[in-house]
Design a protein. Structure first.
Length: 93
């Protein structure tokens, strides 16, 4: 039995919508990881708008987010490298 183009396109569209729905349902709940980063830094005595921004960037999932997080913390907020590394790792978790 030969399918028409319209039938094939409908089948592809339904499959795509079903797959997109499955991705939304299976997505994990958001965690407050950037707040873990800022809390860690605040406990160490580093609390500012710059540290909040760095932690937000560190948990953003953008390319090179960890590098940008560490650069802002070390160069703008004067956070020691070891603390910056740990904080940015917390932002990513």
């Amino acid at each position: 039995m030969k399918r028409t183009l319209r039938t094939r396109l409908a089948a592809v569209a339904v499959t795509a919508v079903a797959m997109a729905g499955a991705v939304v349902v299976a997505a994990p709940a958001a965690q407050a990881a950037p707040s873990d980063c800022t809390a860690y830094l605040a406990a160490a005595g580093y609390s500012s708008t710059d540290t909040n921004l760095a932690c937000t960037v560190g948990g953003s999932g953008l390319p090179a987010d960890q590098l940008l997080c560490r650069l802002v913390l070390m160069n703008v907020s004067s956070v020691p490298p070891a603390l910056a590394q740990t904080a940015c790792t917390l932002a990513k978790l």
